[in-house]
Write a protein that binds this ligand. Structure first.
Ligand SMILES: Cc1cc2nc3c(=O)[nH]c(=O)nc-3n(C[C@H](O)[C@H](O)[C@H](O)COP(=O)(O)OP(=O)(O)OC[C@H]3O[C@@H](n4cnc5c(N)ncnc54)[C@H](O)[C@@H]3O)c2cc1C
Length: 399
């Protein structure tokens, strides 16, 4: 464990899992992350290693072949992995959200059929809300599923920004079904779309065009998804009842937000570790730069931000594990951790001087990864909307 971001009151099992993951990150991820990231290469061997460690089934209950661990354990594992390379945490995150949604909202048949294969990593999940024309405004989804005379549905439309879109074999896709409900968000349905991994027209009517070329977060595939007369059975509706998709997805992104906060903590910890090491080696004006007060104070600020973000992330996870609502706390954790992560990576970059701009130094990669956390699972503005809405409800004046 790092000295920073220690978590109190962990069980022996949690400590053992974290120590195993940390060793894996130090030996199998950090030494390869730069090369794989610069080549935009999929981390196949690392993913195979995670499968062996049981990480794909970390939160899936033991009755379905998983480890049955808590959201807190998951978040701390994500923090460790993101410290090594954020893209690897991206490989497991959408999988985890889809497994969580199945567990909470799936029918018995859907859970029994899919969860055991998700626990081993044989079935890999992606989730799809965003479209070319919208991300924050989920209720405005345009991709449409129309029920046919035989009870099947036909889906047409385009989805955007699917993390693991090509490598996944199960996409939880939110589409419009028009239930005749007054509110737009009550007319949305989640379909469990099973498909082979790969690109092109992978099944009739369903095309994954290719990888989106991104600024960072490389290695993991992010794709579009085009439905063109794609036929799917009503038994693929998550939970079996149409019109429930919005609430199901919001439940999924709520735990996803804890995950993004955890990722931000992991990147911040790494940025701090790199900075404090560099600051003791690099000399200017006859002494290590760590001995210039301006630099030492930067290190102090960075560590303080890491601790604050970590504490908030742990609190949000523990609330959910205790069965309590955590939308405000998850929003706060995501907001604070992602904003601090952008600041901490920038501070580390500046401490590295010119070398931070070289592709030989890890901080160059972290600088390109951190901005995504300000956007994914809801932008900072959307977090502030959620937080303020919750606060105004809690503190409403009685008139
Ligand atoms: C690398 C990557 C991976 C992703 N992976 C996935 C995935 O796996 N699945 C998925 O469904 N999506 C995914 N996304 C999409 C992501 O969730 C959206 O990009 C995000 O929700 C923002 O939506 P948008 O890009 O459409 O921005 P917009 O919603 O168009 O927002 C643009 C700007 O306006 C601001 N804004 C919007 N509405 C308001 C408001 N009411 N008040 C104040 N400000 C506002 C936003 O904060 C932002 O600054 C991914 C995105 C990226 C970049």
């Amino acid at each position: 464990m790092t000295r920073l971001a220690q978590t109190a009151d962990l069980t022996d099992i949690q400590q053992e899992i974290l120590s195993t993951v940390r060793t894996f990150v130090d030996k199998e991820i950090i030494p390869h992350a730069q090369e794989l990231e610069h080549a935009d290469a999929y981390p196949t061997e690392i993913v195979d290693g995670l499968k062996e460690l049981g990480i794909f089934g970390l939160m899936i209950p033991e009755e379905y072949g998983g480890l049955g661990e808590s959201l807190l354990t998951y978040a701390l594992v994500v923090e460790e992995i993101a410290r090594g390379w954020m893209s690897v945490s991206g490989v497991i995150n959408t999988h985890f959200i889809v497994a969580y949604m199945l567990l909470q909202h799936g029918t018995a048949e859907q859970r029994e059929r899919l969860l055991p294969r998700m626990a081993t990593g044989e079935v890999r999940g992606a989730f799809s809300m965003s479209e070319p024309g919208l991300g924050s405004d989920v209720a405005g989804i345009r991709t449409r599923a129309v029920e046919q005379a035989d009870g099947d549905y036909v889906i047409d439309g385009q989805k955007m920004w699917l993390t693991n879109g090509g490598s996944s074999t199960l996409v939880a896709a939110l589409v419009r079904t028009d239930e005749g409900a007054e509110k737009a968000h009550q007319n949305l349905t989640t379909f469990l779309v099973e498909k082979p991994a790969g690109f092109g027209e992978v099944v009739p009517g369903l095309t994954i065009p290719g990888k989106i070329d991104k600024m960072g977060y490389k290695g993991v595939d992010t794709t579009e998804l085009v439905f063109d007369g794609f036929r799917i059975g009503a038994d693929a509706i998550l939970g079996g009842v149409p019109g429930k998709g919005f609430a199901q997805m919001m439940d999924g992104v709520e735990v996803g937000r804890v995950n993004v906060a955890a990722r931000a903590c992991g990147i911040s910890i790494r940025a701090f570790e790199l900075a404090i090491a560099y600051a003791q080696q690099r000399e200017t004006f006859g002494k290590p730069i760590a001995q210039h007060q301006a630099i030492a104070f930067q290190l102090a600020e960075m560590a303080t931000k890491v601790e604050a973000a970590h504490a908030m992330m742990v609190r949000a996870a523990r609330l959910k594990d205790a069965g309590q609502r955590n939308d405000v706390e998850a929003g706060m954790a995501k907001l604070l951790a992602s904003e601090y992560c952008a600041e901490v990576t920038t501070q580390s970059f500046r401490i590295h001087g010119g070398y931070g701009y070289s592709k030989e130094y890890e901080i160059e990669r972290l600088m390109r990864e951190a901005p995504f956390l300000l956007i994914g699972e809801g932008t900072s503005e959307i977090q502030k909307t959620i937080i303020s809405r919750g606060l105004l409800k809690e503190y409403a004046l009685k008139r």
